[in-house]
Design a protein. Structure first.
Length: 318
């Protein structure tokens, strides 16, 4: 690869978000484009507003499906009342170890005979589609991803719903972009808008959702893409308020002006957590590499992991 010139980045006519990502974009041969707002941008704004509303309803449906599967799997009742698997340990005993394994086997079959893409972490796969596949995600992912996530979480998987919701919203935006006449840049905007809407619908945080989409999916800071994404996130947050109210997901106490010593501690804490994050990431990849070396088909890997999850859940349910 030729020496990189940050003045001629893949985000020409816009502010680059990460100079390192410019190298990735150049390797993927992403051409620089202008950022002029036209009538087409206004059409995208209307489309992303609708997309944000739809993504918010999808998020609500996914949360309800997770709750339903949890109640069926652990309590034997078809109910939308909020329960946790930990509450079932006392009356199920060792059988709580089996339930995650059954859910993992179902997911293995879905991945093998439905789409291997559901095996991923969510956002990294969306980034890959943006960079290497012109923001095209198969339509079946809008169904397989949320259903597999609901089965995994509902049967005791130690995951949150936010990742699958973001991935599903991104897949929904990509599918909409493929259904209409659109360029790769417009599909990228729609994918990012769907992902941001999913995050806003989960946490009620439209500003953070837009910033996440800019950093991880848009790779640019242009009005033609930021405005549609912001509208989608705002619409999704509005729908969430109708269902959940305006209370924040994570309550915060009143904060006082930090002292100089406190700021120094925060800086030190940030550095330590950065090192911890590196360690955790390496452990995750090491475990994934370990599974790659197993002499069995990958569709059975989730069941092996679920066996460990079930055991931990039995020993320490809380």
């Amino acid at each position: 690869m030729s020496e990189h010139d940050h003045l001629q980045s893949a985000t020409t006519h816009g502010l680059t978000i990460s100079p390192a990502l410019d190298l990735v974009a150049e390797a993927a041969q992403v051409p620089p484009e202008t950022s002029v707002i036209t009538g087409r941008t206004l059409q995208l704004c209307v489309l992303t507003l609708l997309l944000g509303i739809i993504a918010a309803f999808v998020a609500q449906a996914l949360v309800a499906l997770i709750t339903l599967i949890t109640n069926i799997a652990f309590f034997g009742q078809a109910s939308l009342a909020k329960n946790t698997p930990a509450a079932a340990v006392d009356h199920l005993g060792l059988f709580v170890v089996v339930i995650p394994v059954v859910g993992a086997i179902l997911i293995g079959f879905m991945a093998r005979y439905g789409s291997k893409a559901i095996r991923g972490h969510g956002i990294p796969e969306a980034m890959e589609n943006v960079l290497t596949n012109e923001s095209r995600i198969p339509a079946r992912m809008t169904f397989l991803k949320p259903v597999s996530a609901a089965i995994s979480i509902g049967t005791g998987g130690p995951f949150g719903a936010e990742g699958p919701i973001i991935a599903t919203g991104g897949a929904l935006g990509s599918v909409v972009g493929q259904m209409i006449r659109s360029t790769s840049a417009e599909r990228k905007t729609l994918l990012a808008a769907g992902a941001a809407a999913g995050m806003a619908a989960t946490f009620g945080s439209p500003v953070s959702a837009v910033l996440l989409a800019i950093e991880l999916l848009l790779f640019e800071f242009r009005p033609r893409s930021i405005i549609p994404v912001a509208l989608a996130a705002s619409a999704a947050a509005g729908v969430r308020m109708v269902f959940e109210g305006t209370e924040p997901v994570f309550a915060m106490t009143d904060l006082r002006q930090p002292t100089g010593m406190a700021l120094g501690f925060y800086s030190l804490l940030g550095g330590v957590m950065g090192l911890v994050a590196v360690g955790v990431t390496r452990v995750v990849y090491a475990i994934e590499d370990g599974f790659e070396r197993l002499p069995i088909h990958w569709m059975w890997w989730p069941a092996i992991g679920a066996l460990v999850v079930g055991g931990v859940g039995y020993v320490a349910p809380d």
